[in-house]
Design a protein around this ligand. Structure first.
Ligand code: AHR
Length: 506
């Protein structure tokens, strides 16, 4: 039987850091208020947290969650969100032209994380604030010394430190939209002195310096180089952010998004390693891909959809509530495959975001919650991903992309663990089904027996624009992949055009 590739457990090249399956919660629109926190909702607990949302976040399987922004953090005063709720100030949030009530802050969010079983990753404000305020927050969150801040923390109900290990040094400081936007030199100096001081307080923390907010930014590349020249010795990670959307109705081009993400990662790795070389250092800076998703951010004319000045300063307005269709979920699944393919350097990633705001989980005030199409590739990949990553070279032909030239129609990655192997695969072609035959003789040699397919999941809809909505919450889902089976030494898979699948072999 002709094969198109192989699945050999011996070709594993890296372990996986579970932080790759992270998420992101920003004070934005109905994410926190009327999303995860809705005191009047029938499923809310005594603290106002919707338990139906908690159940779905657990099912999604997110590891570390980045908080509280995003653009929001660059104007945020973290002290507004601690202490008695009735005393907390109501403030204008300039980033999203909204009013922030501060009814959820660090303590409440940490409580919610305990419910969903995820870890906290905090961002400090380097937009309107400086090193001193970052140190105050770090002392409040992590110190076990007897200080005014730790006494206040205890008075606010938390004697033991929060023990936050991962910290972002601001957010998207390269973006002109960012409050306190700086050039790379100024930001690099600020990030370096803030990182040094934070490490004096807590040497065990891991620090993420801001990379570019997209590979299309005019300063992309030179930003990374300059910022790392200043901060190389002070930080562990540099961030990448990237959002994708279908433009001009060109689904085929949209399906090449994984190639863009892959090149973005390789470029940042190359720049970080070049800076290492100039410093004669063997240290390797890792990537925190701490914002990624499909997001319908731009109009066809290249402008942004949102006109904040037209809406005043509402509390928890409906913002960025993108409805995802089957095609989006296939691209999204491919982005996850891409992150896994770079798991040796992408040691942390955050799906942006989680609830209501460009989210896999939607809610209606007083009403139900439902899974968007993108929920499925994330929850299945997070659940089935094993300990190590395998490269899965697949030769199933190419299509022509305007931006990327010849692009592989089928993209795949696998993970291994003691029990078996999980394969994640996408058919990017809008026209051709893919009949794949993958050689599994390596599995047979490694385990002394032929593998069996014990789980298979296919995400595909004949209508690529079908979506789950309030009125049709289960329109798109996953179903078993018909015919996925091992025949001798060969795994047989038939994937329809525009589809994503996961297979578990033991
Ligand atoms: O995730 C939405 C926004 O996208 C974030 O606030 C910002 O960091 C990015 O531009």
């Amino acid at each position: 039987m002709t094969t198109h590739g192989s699945l050999d457990p011996r070709s594993s090249f890296t372990d996986i850091d579970r932080r790759l399956f992270g998420g992101f919660v920003e004070h934005l629109g109905r994410h926190v208020y009327d999303g995860i926190h809705e005191p009047g909702h029938p499923s809310a607990d005594a603290d106002g947290f919707r338990q139906d949302v908690v159940a779905l976040v657990k099912e999604l399987g997110v590891s570390t969650i980045r908080y509280p922004g995003g653009n929001f953090v660059s104007g945020y005063r973290w002290e507004d969100g601690i202490g008695p709720k009735e005393d907390r100030p109501q403030r204008l949030d300039l980033a999203w032209h909204s009013t922030e009530t501060n009814q959820v802050g660090l303590h409440e969010f940490a409580q919610w994380l305990d419910l969903v079983g995820s870890d906290l990753m905090l961002a400090v404000n380097l937009g309107t604030r400086d090193t001193a305020e970052a140190l105050d927050l770090l002392e409040y969150a992590n110190s076990d010394a007897d200080t005014s801040w730790t006494r206040e923390r205890a008075r606010n109900g938390r004697v033991t430190p929060f023990g936050v290990s991962m910290w972002c040094l601001g957010n998207e400081m390269d973006g002109p939209w960012q409050i306190g936007h700086r050039n790379a030199d100024d930001y690099g100096k600020l990030a370096s002195r803030t990182a040094k001081a934070m490490r004096m307080l807590d040497p065990d923390i891991e620090l993420v310096v801001c990379g570019s907010s997209g590979s299309g930014m005019p300063t992309f590349g030179s930003w990374e180089r300059t910022v790392l020249e200043h901060t190389f010795d002070d930080v562990d990670f540099i961030s990448c952010h990237s959002y994708y959307q279908e433009m001009g109705g060109d689904a085929q081009e949209f399906l090449a998004s994984g190639v863009d993400m892959s090149r973005f990662i390789s470029s940042v790795v190359a720049i970080a390693d070049a800076v290492a070389a100039t410093k004669k250092s063997r240290k390797r800076i890792m990537i925190s891909f701490d914002e990624w998703n499909v997001w319908y951010l731009h109009n066809e004319d290249g402008g942004q959809n949102d006109k904040p000045e037209e809406r005043g300063w509402p509390i928890a307005p409906r913002l960025l509530e993108d409805q995802y269709h089957a095609l989006d979920a296939v691209v999204f699944g491919d982005l996850l495959i891409t992150l896994l393919q770079h798991a040796d350097r992408v040691r942390s990633a955050s799906l942006a975001q989680l609830v209501n705001v460009i989210a896999p989980i939607m809610t209606e005030p007083g009403g139900p919650t439902w899974r968007q199409t993108t929920f499925f590739p994330f929850s299945i990949t997070s659940r089935l991903a094993g300990e190590r990553v395998l490269r899965v070279p697949v030769d199933a032909g190419t299509f022509r992309s305007e931006r990327f030239g010849d692009v592989a129609k089928v993209n795949a990655v696998a993970t291994v663990d003691d029990e078996g192997l999980s394969l994640f695969v996408v058919n990017r072609s809008t026209t051709d089904a893919a009949s794949l035959r993958l050689d599994v003789s390596g599995f047979v040699r490694a385990h002394g027996r032929a593998p069996r397919v014990v789980e298979s999941h296919l995400l595909h809809d004949d209508d690529i624009y079908a979506a789950n909505t309030l009125s049709t919450p289960e329109r798109v889902g996953v179903r078993p992949l018909d015919g996925a089976a091992v025949d001798g030494d060969v795994l047989v898979l038939d994937l329809p055009a525009v589809s994503w699948a996961a297979i578990r072999l033991v």
